[in-house]
Ligand binder design. Structure first.
Ligand SMILES: *[C@@H]1O[C@H](CO)[C@@H](O)[C@H](O)[C@H]1NC(C)=O
Ligand SMILES: *[C@@H]1O[C@H](CO)[C@@H](O)[C@H](O)[C@H]1NC(C)=O
Ligand SMILES: *[C@@H]1O[C@H](CO)[C@@H](O)[C@H](O)[C@H]1NC(C)=O
Ligand SMILES: *[C@@H]1O[C@H](CO)[C@@H](O)[C@H](O)[C@H]1NC(C)=O
Ligand SMILES: *[C@@H]1O[C@H](CO)[C@@H](O)[C@H](O)[C@H]1NC(C)=O
Ligand SMILES: *[C@@H]1O[C@H](CO)[C@@H](O)[C@H](O)[C@H]1NC(C)=O
Ligand SMILES: *[C@@H]1O[C@H](CO)[C@@H](O)[C@H](O)[C@H]1NC(C)=O
Ligand SMILES: *[C@@H]1O[C@H](CO)[C@@H](O)[C@H](O)[C@H]1NC(C)=O
Ligand SMILES: *[C@@H]1O[C@H](CO)[C@@H](O)[C@H](O)[C@H]1NC(C)=O
Ligand SMILES: *[C@@H]1O[C@H](CO)[C@@H](O)[C@H](O)[C@H]1NC(C)=O
Ligand SMILES: *[C@@H]1O[C@H](CO)[C@@H](O)[C@H](O)[C@H]1NC(C)=O
Ligand SMILES: *[C@@H]1O[C@H](CO)[C@@H](O)[C@H](O)[C@H]1NC(C)=O
Length: 372
C-alpha cells in the first residue's frame, strides 16, 4: 500500500462521516438564556459556538435542539420555563436530580408539542401541574389549535416529576396523553381523585403516585390499563373497594396500595388472574376479609385464591381489619415463591404453626423474611 492510497482512504473517511448541521442561532440563544437563569454551577457551554456540540445537547439534522439532558449536574435555579419553552423541537428533556425550583407554567408545555420524555424528578418544583392553557389564551387561539396547544403533551411517553412539591389535582388533559407509558409523580402533594378517564391511557405500564394525597376511589374501569406492570399508590387517601376490573390488568407485576383507606371484602376479586404478580402490598388498609384457600367460607372457590399466584414473592397483609382470619400461615406456606411475608396486626387469632409444620418439606420453600 502506498501513502497515496492511505490518504485517499483517510480523505474518503472524513467526507463520509455524517455532516453535523450547524445549530440554529435562535436555539443557542434560548439555551444561553436558560443557562443564565441558573445560579450555580455554571454549565460548561463555552467550548464551541455551535450549541449542538454542547454538553447535554443533541440536535436533529436541521439543527434544531431535540435533547436537553442534564441530570444530576447540581443545577440551581428558578424559572427556567420561558427560554426552554422556545425550543419547539425538543423531544427529550431530562433535568432530574437538580435543585430547580419555581412553578411549571402552562406556556412551557403549550409550545413543546414534540416532547416525548420529560423527567423533572428530584427537584424543588412546586405549584400545580400545568397541563391546560390559562383561559385568557383561549380567546387568541381557535378551537382547532387549543387542542393542539393542550396536546403539548400528546406525544408524551414518559412523565417523571417525582420528589418535588407539586400540588393540586391531576390536570384533566393528562388523560388525553394516550401515548404515556410511564406516569410517575411520587412524593408530591397531589390531591383529588383519579378520573375514570385514566382508561384512555391504555399504553401505561408504570403508574406511580407513591406518597401523595390522592383521595376517592380507584376508577371502576382501571382494568382497561391492560399493559400495566407496576402500580404504586402507597400512602394516599384512597377509599372504597378494589375495582373488580383490576384483575383484568393481567400483566401486573407489582401492586402497592399500602396505607390508604381501602375497604371491603377481598374475597371477591380473582387475584389468580394476575399470574405474573410478584409483589402485593395491601398493608394498612381497612379490608375486612381476604380469600385464602381452605377457608371454610370459601370452599369450592379455590381457583380464586392468592395461593395460586405462582410468581408471588412479596405479600403484605399486615395491619388490615380482618375480622375472621385463621389458618393463614398454613395456607400461605404453600406459596412456593414467597420470600417476604408480612402478617402483623391482621391475624390476631392465628395460631403459630407447630415445629414440624414449619419444617414441612412443602412449606415456605423460599421464605427469607416473616413478620408477625
Ligand atoms: C431558527 O429558528 C427560528 C425560530 O426559533 C426560525 O424562525 C428560523 O427560521 C430558524 N432558522 C433556520 C436557519 O432554520
Ligand atoms: C422566546 O420566544 C418569545 C416569543 O415567541 C420571545 O419573546 C422570547 O424573547 C424568546 N426567548 C428567547 C430566550 O429567545
Ligand atoms: C468545558 O468543556 C470543554 C470541552 O467542551 C473542556 O475542554 C473543558 O475542560 C471544560 N471545562 C470545565 C471547567 O469543565
Ligand atoms: C434521566 O436521567 C437520569 C440520570 O441519568 C436517569 O436515571 C433517568 O432514567 C433519566 N430519565 C429518563 C426518563 O430517561
Ligand atoms: C391553527 O392556527 C394556524 C395559524 O396560527 C392556522 O393556520 C391553522 O389552520 C390552525 N389549525 C387548525 C386545526 O385550526
Ligand atoms: C381530551 O379528550 C376529550 C375526550 O376524551 C375531549 O373532549 C377534549 O377536547 C380533549 N382535550 C384536548 C385538549 O384535546
Ligand atoms: C411546598 O408547597 C407549599 C404550598 O403548596 C409551600 O407552602 C411550601 O413552602 C413548599 N415547600 C417547598 C420546599 O418549596
Ligand atoms: C399507544 O401509543 C401508540 C404510539 O406509541 C399510539 O399509536 C396508540 O394510539 C396508543 N394507544 C392508545 C390506546 O391510545
Ligand atoms: C390532603 O387532602 C385532604 C382532603 O382530601 C386535605 O384536607 C389535606 O389538607 C391535604 N393534605 C395535604 C398535605 O395536602
Ligand atoms: C375483564 O375483561 C373481560 C374480557 O376483556 C371483560 O369481558 C370483562 O368485562 C372485564 N371485567 C371487568 C370487571 O372489567
Ligand atoms: C378505616 O380505618 C381507620 C383507622 O385506621 C378509621 O379511622 C376509618 O374510619 C376506617 N374507615 C372506614 C371506611 O372503615
Ligand atoms: C369465623 O369463621 C368460622 C368458620 O367459618 C365461623 O364458624 C365463625 O362464625 C366466624 N366468626 C365470625 C365472628 O364471623
Amino acid at each position: 500500500m502506498d501513502h497515496g492510497f492511505l490518504l485517499v482512504l483517510l480523505f474518503s473517511f472524513i467526507i463520509s462521516t455524517p455532516y453535523i448541521h450547524a445549530s440554529n442561532q435562535t436555539e443557542c440563544t434560548c439555551l444561553l438564556a436558560f443557562a443564565r437563569t441558573l445560579s450555580s454551577p455554571p454549565i460548561n457551554w463555552s467550548g464551541s459556538v455551535d450549541c449542538c456540540r454542547w454538553n447535554g445537547i443533541t440536535c436533529n439534522q436541521e439543527g434544531w435542539v431535540t435533547h436537553l439532558i442534564l441530570p444530576s449536574k447540581g443545577l440551581k435555579g428558578g424559572m427556567f420555563v420561558s427560554p426552554l419553552g422556545n425550543l419547539t423541537h425538543l423531544t427529550h428533556l431530562n433535568l432530574s436530580q437538580n435543585s430547580l425550583y419555581g412553578t411549571l407554567e402552562t406556556k412551557f408545555f403549550s409550545s413543546l408539542n414534540h416532547l416525548e420524555i420529560l423527567d423533572l424528578s428530584y427537584n424543588l418544583l412546586s405549584g400545580e401541574l400545568p397541563f391546560s392553557l390559562p383561559p385568557k389564551n383561549i380567546q387568541t387561539i381557535d378551537f382547532g389549535n387549543i387542542s393542539q396547544g393542550l396536546g403539548g403533551c400528546s406525544e408524551l411517553q414518559i412523565l417523571r416529576a417525582g420528589d418535588n412539591n407539586l400540588s393540586g389535582s391531576l390536570p384533566e388533559d393528562i388523560y388525553n396523553a394516550t401515548k404515556l407509558v410511564e406516569l410517575a409523580l411520587p412524593l408530591n402533594s397531589l390531591n383529588g381523585a383519579i378520573s375514570e378517564r385514566i382508561a384512555n391511557l391504555a399504553n401505561l405500564t408504570i403508574l406511580d403516585f407513591y406518597f401523595n394525597n390522592l383521595s376517592g376511589v380507584l376508577p371502576v374501569n382501571f382494568g382497561k390499563l391492560s399493559k400495566l406492570k407496576f402500580m404504586n399508590f402507597d400512602f394516599n387517601n384512597l377509599e372504597g373497594n378494589l375495582p373488580p376490573s383490576l384483575m383484568n390488568c393481567t400483566n401486573l407485576l407489582e401492586i402497592h396500595l399500602g396505607f390508604n383507606y381501602l375497604e371491603g371484602d377481598l374475597t371477591t376479586p380473582n387475584f389468580s388472574k394476575l399470574s405474573h404478580l410478584s409483589k402485593l402490598d395491601l398493608i394498612g388498609n381497612n379490608f375486612t376479609a381476604i380469600r385464602l384457600s381452605e377457608n371454610p367460607y370459601l370452599e369450592g372457590q379455590i381457583q380464586h385464591e392468592i395461593l395460586s399466584l405462582k410468581s408471588l414473592s412479596f405479600l403484605s397483609l399486615a395491619d388490615l381489619r380482618l375480622t375472621n382470619a385463621t389458618g393463614a400461615l398454613k395456607i400461605l406456606m404453600r406459596c412456593k415463591s414467597l420470600r417476604s411475608l408480612f402478617l402483623g396486626g391482621s391475624f390476631g387469632r392465628e395460631a403459630l404453626l407447630a415445629d414440624d409444620d414449619m419444617v414441612d418439606f412443602h412449606g415456605f420453600q423460599n421464605l427469607r423474611l416473616l413478620s408477625l
